[in-house]
Design a protein around this ligand. Structure first.
Ligand code: SR1
Ligand code: MG
Length: 415
């Protein structure tokens, strides 16, 4: 739909607007896939969001995508609102024919990535909100809690092969091989990526194991793309949006995405010398996301576990340990794919100083490798901060040595 179509559509389809009302409409989408319109009644001030899925991705016709993703997104938002009340926008209606969903307008909120990267704002309740969202939506949609036949029916209803294929390609394959020749590596780090990522056999083997785990472990109904661009915030509230990549997959995929994207914010803040209070809040938020998730997951497990064998002593600890290891690995994969692969993040691309960006990328790639290879060692939130600090130290040490050896500017940039 174009802007005039959207006005006509909501006038006809929505009770909240009268047939003769005066409407304003603008296209506000900044994502990679869809078209997002805000429509407002000039007199009443009432506004809604209309999100429409096209047959190709907004960023490139190369991605041919089923419009069924709009049905999945709408149904998942309705379900998540039951599992984690108040943490997703309200869906007013969705329409299979037009592949569009009408939902609550969150214009008083800010996208978390923008608030962190451009504004360095602190959100004291974010870790609490996002861990409630993840513990509830993941555990309560799993076989641990659900009737197993209902869970299998849900897994079939939310089968999402085309969006999963994007993730299988962009997260789990291309960053390690560049076989489709569409990676987007920052030129001064090309040699570093060739050696440390494409050239690391052990890393590629672990990525292969993780890819098949992503494709086969139908553990819980994931959001599927839970980065800071999929989260709206105010100081008091959090709303998770855009679950069009939702499907039944490993829980760690959502948790690892949240952690990695907070690491991107941390990396940006460090590169631009953000104020200490803000950097400390980001570090504490990474710690809290991991530790609060564990606490909430454990309490919710005890309150809601249904499966007879899942009640065996020791099984909860075994299950959670696997989820935490997957989360660490996915955090590493997300860090690598956003630096090496096709879909970057502005936290990194907006670092203006070339040397700062070179260092920021190398620190995150170094931490990412540790997160993937040593994933079983990441249990508590502090482990993630330890990996970042260790990587910072390793990269500074190597850079210092290169400078001591009077490596030329060009050599250093290209190494
Ligand atoms: C072609 S889509 C590229 C990326 O945008 C989405 O938000 C997902 O993260 C996907 O990988
Ligand atoms: Mg999205």
């Amino acid at each position: 739909m174009d802007i005039e179509d959207v006005k006509e559509y909501v006038r006809c389809k929505l009770d909240v607007f009268t047939p003769n009302c005066e409407l304003q409409c603008e296209e506000i989408g900044d994502g990679n896939l869809n078209y997002v319109f805000r429509v407002r009644d000039v007199n009443s001030g009432i506004s809604v969001i209309v999100k429409q899925a096209g047959v190709t991705a907004r960023i490139s016709d190369e991605f041919k995508l089923s419009t069924d993703r709009n049905r999945i997104e709408s149904e998942v938002l309705l379900l998540q609102d039951k599992l984690a009340p108040g943490l997703v926008p309200k869906v007013l209606q969705y329409d299979d024919v037009m592949s569009c969903c009408v939902m609550e307008d969150l214009s008083s909120y800010t996208i978390l990535r923008t608030a962190l990267t451009d504004e360095q704002r602190i959100f004291p309740l974010f870790a609490d909100h996002i861990t409630t969202f993840m513990a509830n939506t993941l555990l309560l949609s799993s076989d641990v809690v659900m009737n197993h036949k209902d869970k299998k029916a849900a897994a079939a209803a939310f089968s999402n092969p085309e969006l999963c294929e994007i993730t299988e390609d962009l997260v789990y394959s291309e960053p390690f091989k560049n076989h489709n020749s569409r990676n987007d590596v920052f030129a001064p780090n090309e040699h570093f990526v060739e050696k440390e990522i494409y050239g690391d056999d052990e890393l590629r083997l672990e990525a292969a194991k993780l890819k098949f785990q992503f494709m086969t472990n139908a553990q819980a109904l994931l959001h599927g793309d839970l980065h800071t661009g999929s989260i709206f915030v105010t100081e008091k509230e959090t709303k998770v949006i855009d679950p069009e990549f939702a499907f039944y997959g490993p829980m760690g995929y959502d948790i690892g995405n949240v952690i990695a994207n907070l690491m991107f914010a941390w990396s940006h803040a460090t590169a631009v010398n953000a104020r200490t209070e803000y950097v400390q809040w980001l570090e504490q938020t990474i710690v809290d996301v991991v530790d609060l998730f564990r606490t909430k997951f454990t309490a919710l497990w005890d309150a809601s576990v249904q499966d007879v064998m899942a009640k065996e002593p020791g099984f909860r600890a075994y299950y959670l340990q696997n989820v935490m290891a997957d989360s660490a690995a996915v955090a590493g994969l997300e860090l690598i794919r956003r630096i090496v692969g096709l879909a970057g993040v502005k936290d990194i691309s907006s670092i203006a100083d070339e040397h700062d960006r070179i260092a920021a990328e190398r620190v995150l790639l170094t931490a990412a490798k540790r997160l993937i290879k040593n994933r079983n060692e990441f249990e508590a939130g502090a482990d993630y901060i330890g990996a970042l600090k260790q990587a910072q130290h390793d990269v500074n040490w190597k850079t210092g040595r290169e400078n001591d050896e009077q490596t030329s500017h060009i050599d250093y940039m290209g190494r």
